[in-house]
Design a protein around this ligand. Structure first.
Ligand SMILES: Nc1nc2c(ncn2[C@@H]2O[C@H](COP(=O)(O)OP(=O)(O)OP(=O)(O)O)[C@@H](O)[C@H]2O)c(=O)[nH]1
Ligand SMILES: [Mg+2]
Length: 657
């Protein structure tokens, strides 16, 4: 890649000196893609991220940008440090999108954890999600907006996942390209702040990235064109193919219109059966007809995918297509050897759409000045979904990065924001999807789907927080990740016969629920599941803390935190802080910290970090699978016995259920 960038930069500088702006722009765009690609790798690499702040050079202007990249790229071959600045080319060209640092030693580890551990052509995608829960539907007449200010829910959460995809051999060129092992990128970072509670307490939650494990909900019609992105992609390809057929390629040959044609170049008589040809035959056939400006070159596979992108960019240029001889010469002059490979392995970063924000609005009209809150909820962010399609024959059309559509913000008159549409990524039948080196999906049938990134939950409008206690709530939450809460209700269901509602969105539980835990010696402990608490709850944000009065008489507390999100200790800190604000000393009652969702892949790492940061022991468990519930029950009993002993030593009768 660096080698390739080096060529590109030389071309750009050449063209600049010759005043050929069109060509120059074209190459700049290609270079930009490469750099964004590098940035994607950096994004998934902690080592590199940690280096980013160190590289704070001032933004460069258009004239010296290329020189900087040139210099840095050249340095990279001999020196330990490479700095690459990625600029926004289309606009003012001075905005630094990303600073990328690669050091020699770290580079090695980066390769291991990231891109270069991929055997051949691979890609990384980033994913983030945000969404909304269900809301109330109120019919409210005309209203007027009151100046509103959405109050942040507890934190921003971005679920980011790197996925490795392998297309199972269809035939043809797989033998060389594919290898038997794949390493997916490290899971990206997630930023989540939350709390959780048992009297049971836990924060109204965001976030988990159990993308592969959450059952996919029923289809929603695509509102912003779930398939828009893909369609756009198709348009992109079909456009370039039509150019491709224009002047430089034989008339009796055509590309598949679905993207794999990029590599599966065929003659019109070429049928599906042709895929069963031997590798050599196919290869030979493959390069027929493109010899005009593509030279067959054996190159390292990891560069091949980038060359394909470059190749695609070049062919996409009307200017270049109008003068194929010129581009052919340009490629040869600059040693830009283009090779096509069957793409059977991609690393993709997918980011779910953000949930729209809820709004804070009050209804008002003549003779009805105080009509009450009517701020609608935000819409859910759109999922990013991989879908097996038998028309797709390779992963060539899969891009390195997909972002879901965002949900719309809520409006006054209790109008809910529209949900973000789904984004579909079409992949060949037989595609295997991996996250963190684990196979999470095998799309073996046409039409099978895998939700790679969930859209986030939209925020709640202030209408949601209307209650008898608060007739004029000023709270509205921002759109965020729509991932489930910490699992307090799930836990109560697991350890008792209580059946509180469980759902993958915040504020599922609106009122405290009590369940009874039975022990073999007929002792019983009552456990209360309370609504989630968000940061600022003591200021009446979210559902406030009013419900905590129900648990003021609880003798001990169970703090349930979601281990599947990053920095779970922040959930704990926030929760304790809010309790302390509600009643001094409340957070210091005898308590236990429960790390829920230990069944999720990223939880184990988070558990270690959490244990380092909290003094008391943490009980890791999974309310879903029942893992380690015994430890909780024993600890609960210890807390209970300690309470009983304390009361008895004070010659008081312990309160028993
Ligand atoms: N993978 C996994 N998912 C879990 C676990 N516990 C709960 N969940 C899921 O997390 C989501 C939220 O669970 P709830 O029990 O409703 O969470 P809560 O803390 O009660 O949420 P609120 O009532 O909204 O505050 C649900 O989709 C559960 O299936 C667990 O141990 N592992
Ligand atoms: Mg609940």
């Amino acid at each position: 890649m660096l080698d390739e960038n080096h060529h590109l930069i030389q071309c750009i500088m050449d063209y600049q000196s010759k005043g050929k702006t069109a060509e120059c722009t074209q190459y700049q765009q290609i270079l930009h893609r490469n750099l964004v690609y590098l940035a994607t790798i950096a994004d998934s690499n902690q080592n590199m991220q940690s280096l980013l702040p160190a590289a704070t050079e001032q933004p460069l202007d258009d004239s010296n940008f290329c020189k900087l990249v040139h210099k840095c790229t050249c340095n990279s071959e001999n020196e330990a440090l490479v700095l690459v600045k990625v600029f926004e080319w289309q606009q003012d060209r001075t905005e630094v999108l990303c600073l990328l640092s690669i050091t020699g030693p770290n580079h090695v580890s980066m390769q291991q954890s990231g891109q270069n551990t991929m055997p051949t052509t691979s890609l990384s995608m980033t994913v983030s999600s945000h969404g909304t829960g269900p809301g109330y539907s109120h019919t409210v007449p005309a209203s007027q907006n009151v100046p509103m200010q959405g109050q942040g829910s507890i934190g921003n959460y971005v679920s980011r996942t790197n996925i490795s995809m392998q297309s199972n051999p269809v035939s043809m060129m797989h033998q060389q390209a594919a290898t038997s092992h794949y390493n997916s990128a490290q899971g990206g970072s997630q930023h989540y702040q939350g709390q959780s509670s048992i009297a049971m307490m836990s924060q109204s939650n965001q976030g988990n990235s159990m993308m592969g494990q959450r059952p996919m909900g029923p289809y929603r019609p695509s509102q912003q064109g779930s398939s828009q992105q893909y369609m756009g992609q198709e348009e992109y390809y079909s456009e370039q193919y039509s150019h491709g057929q224009g002047s430089s390629e034989p008339m009796n040959q055509q590309y598949y219109p679905d993207g794999h044609g990029d590599y599966a170049y065929q003659q019109s008589s070429y049928t599906e059966q042709s895929y069963d040809r031997s590798f050599e035959d196919s290869t030979q056939h493959y390069y027929e007809g493109v010899s005009e400006f593509y030279t067959v070159l054996k190159e390292i596979p990891s560069i091949a995918s980038r060359r394909q992108d470059t190749n695609r960019e070049l062919r996409n240029s009307k200017h270049i297509h109008s003068n194929s001889t010129q581009i052919s010469k340009a490629i040869q002059d600059n040693n830009l050897d283009m090779t096509r490979y069957f793409v059977d392995h991609r690393r993709v970063c997918v980011i779910g759409g953000h949930g729209g924000s809820g709004i804070n609005s009050f209804h008002s009209e003549p003779r009805k000045e105080f009509g009450g809150p009517d701020g609608g909820n935000g819409g859910d962010g759109g999922h990013v979904i991989l879908k097996a399609d038998q028309q797709i024959k390779s992963l060539a059309s899969v891009l390195p990065l997909y972002r879901g559509f965002h949900g719309e913000r809520g409006r006054s008159k209790n109008c809910y924001g529209a949900n973000g549409g789904y984004t579909y990524i079409k992949v060949p039948v037989g595609t295997v999807v991996k996250e963190d080196c684990k196979i999470v999906a095998d799309l073996a049938q046409h039409g099978e789907e895998y939700v790679a990134a969930y859209g986030g939950t939209g925020g709640k409008g202030n209408r949601f927080f209307l209650s008898n206690e608060n007739r004029a709530p000023m709270t509205a939450t921002l759109g965020e990740s729509g991932f489930p809460n910490a699992g307090k209700s799930s836990l109560l269901r697991a350890i008792s016969n209580a059946k509180p509602a469980v759902a993958p969105y915040p504020f599922t539980t609106l009122n405290p629920h009590v369940g009874i835990v039975h022990y073999q010696d007929y002792e019983q402990v009552a456990v209360a599941d309370v609504p989630g608490i968000i940061r600022g709850a003591h200021l009446n944000r979210g559902l406030g803390l009013a419900f905590l009065r129900h648990i003021e008489h609880c003798r001990f507390l169970l703090f349930v935190v979601d281990l599947s999100v990053s920095e779970p200790w922040i959930q704990l800190q926030d929760l304790k802080y809010e309790l302390e604000q509600y009643e001094e000393g409340l957070s210091k009652r005898p308590h236990a910290v429960i790390g829920n969702k230990i069944d999720l892949p990223q939880s184990k790492a988070n558990l270690l970090l959490l244990k380092e940061r909290v003094e008391q022991s943490v009980i890791p468990l999974s309310a879903l699978t029942g893992d380690n519930l015994e430890e909780l029950l024993l600890h609960l009993r210890d807390l209970y016995d300690a309470y009983v002993n304390t009361e008895q030593s004070r010659k008081q009768n312990p309160v028993k259920w």
